[in-house]
Write a protein that binds this ligand. Structure first.
Ligand code: ZN
Length: 376
């Protein structure tokens, strides 16, 4: 991965390159940022930039043997630790090496990997993921060996919040004083669960959420049709992984499902800022799409009401809709359902009348909040 393949984050790229140019590279770096912002791709691009013998001022060459090996995640001095669940009955044997093949495959497929996507690659159950103590032993062991390729050794710890405290404690010494020519890159999306003793030993670089505009431009570059790109960029709140998922969904229904569920959650919580943003996103849709969405919303309210009456047999829902309905249906009853349907129907009519839809949808959201939170 080269810096040019990483969406946006020009400031971080600049700071990373500068740390090399000025010889101020810390031996342990933490890229701290929300999922979907690109911490992992940035780490990979940075590793490639450091290791590439033919780099320019701004990027690795992307073509030399080193770049190609890193690109294929087959560079012998690039090591990964990541959350996993135990495979072996004896806890001493469980390390990331059990999952390395799966991890490489998942990362090659989607460099903007997040924990949920990773989990879906390795388990269907709700198993606990963690970076276990034996993995710390493995890290210490492999970093004490000589470099295979003759340069830097890199240890990426992806999702450092999954380090068990015993694991983190075992790593303190090596993070503080790593063997020569070793770079630790820790990646995390939140610091609350990370030991302060780890935090104090790393140089933290905060990676911001991507802007709507950065997502929008990246979607256009991928050849996504402009209206869809606009809709998605307003919708995903800077999460490129989510944007990527939505590109794949050719059928608009899935986008509406996603949008509807998110809308209902925000209505219920009365997430004012979120609702304003959501209404802005809706405003960018074409008139037909707005009507289609409102029709979809009415159908979902009806289906949830039917589910409450019949238990299940008559509803028409796909898996994602059913999962959501488990939590949503209890808030729908015959009193509020009728008012909700009226409101949605009115909005449908108003969309046709070319009323300012940003105000229309904001107003509708507050009315739905009231209806959803009023007990039958
Ligand atoms: Zn190169």
């Amino acid at each position: 991965m080269q810096f040019q393949d990483v969406i946006g984050q020009e400031d971080i790229k600049h700071r990373l390159r500068k740390s090399i140019a000025e010889g101020r590279l810390a031996h342990a770096l933490m890229l701290l940022g929300p999922e979907g912002a690109g911490c992992l791709p940035l780490a990979l691009a940075f590793v490639q930039y450091i290791a590439c013998p033919n780099k320019s001022e701004t990027d690795s060459c992307g073509q030399c043997a080193t770049c190609r090996k890193i690109d294929h995640l087959q560079f012998a001095d690039l090591h990964f630790s990541f959350p996993f669940f135990n495979k072996h009955p004896s806890p001493h044997n469980n390390t990331c090496s059990d999952w390395l093949g799966e991890f490489r495959a998942a990362l090659s497929e989607e460099p903007y990997l997040d924990v949920e996507l990773w989990r879906s690659h390795i388990t269907k159950d709700n198993k606990t993921l963690q970076i276990s103590v034996p993995e710390a032993g493995d890290i210490v062991k492999r970093l004490s060996l000589h470099s295979y390729e003759g340069g830097y050794k890199f240890q990426i710890i992806w999702m450092a919040e999954y380090l068990k405290s015993d694991t983190a404690n075992k790593l303190l010494k090596i993070i503080e004083e790593p063997p020569p020519n070793t770079l630790f890159i820790l990646i995390a999306s939140a610091t609350e669960q990370i030991l302060p003793t780890i935090m104090s030993r790393v140089q933290v670089m905060r990676v911001p959420r991507l802007s709507d505009e950065e997502i929008h431009q990246a979607l256009l570059q991928k050849g996504v049709e402009p209206t869809k790109a606009e809709g998605i960029s307003h919708y995903v709140y800077g999460d490129w992984l989510k944007a990527n998922v939505l590109i794949e969904n050719e059928h608009p229904d899935e986008l509406y499902t996603f949008q509807f569920q998110d809308w209902m959650r925000k209505c219920y919580k009365k997430d004012v800022l979120g609702l304003v943003r959501w209404a802005e996103g809706m405003n960018d849709l074409s008139r037909d799409d707005k009507k289609y969405f409102l029709n979809y919303a009415m159908d979902q309210v009806r289906q949830n009401l039917i589910r409450n009456y019949t238990g299940d047999p008559l509803i028409r829902m796909n898996g994602m809709e059913k999962d959501f309905s488990d939590k949503f249906a209890p808030f729908i009853n015959d009193l509020n359902a009728e008012s909700m349907l009226d409101r949605l129907q009115l909005a449908y009519r108003d969309v046709d009348r070319n009323i300012n839809t940003k105000i229309l949808f904001t107003d509708l959201s507050f009315k739905l909040h009231y209806l959803l939170t009023t007990k039958a």
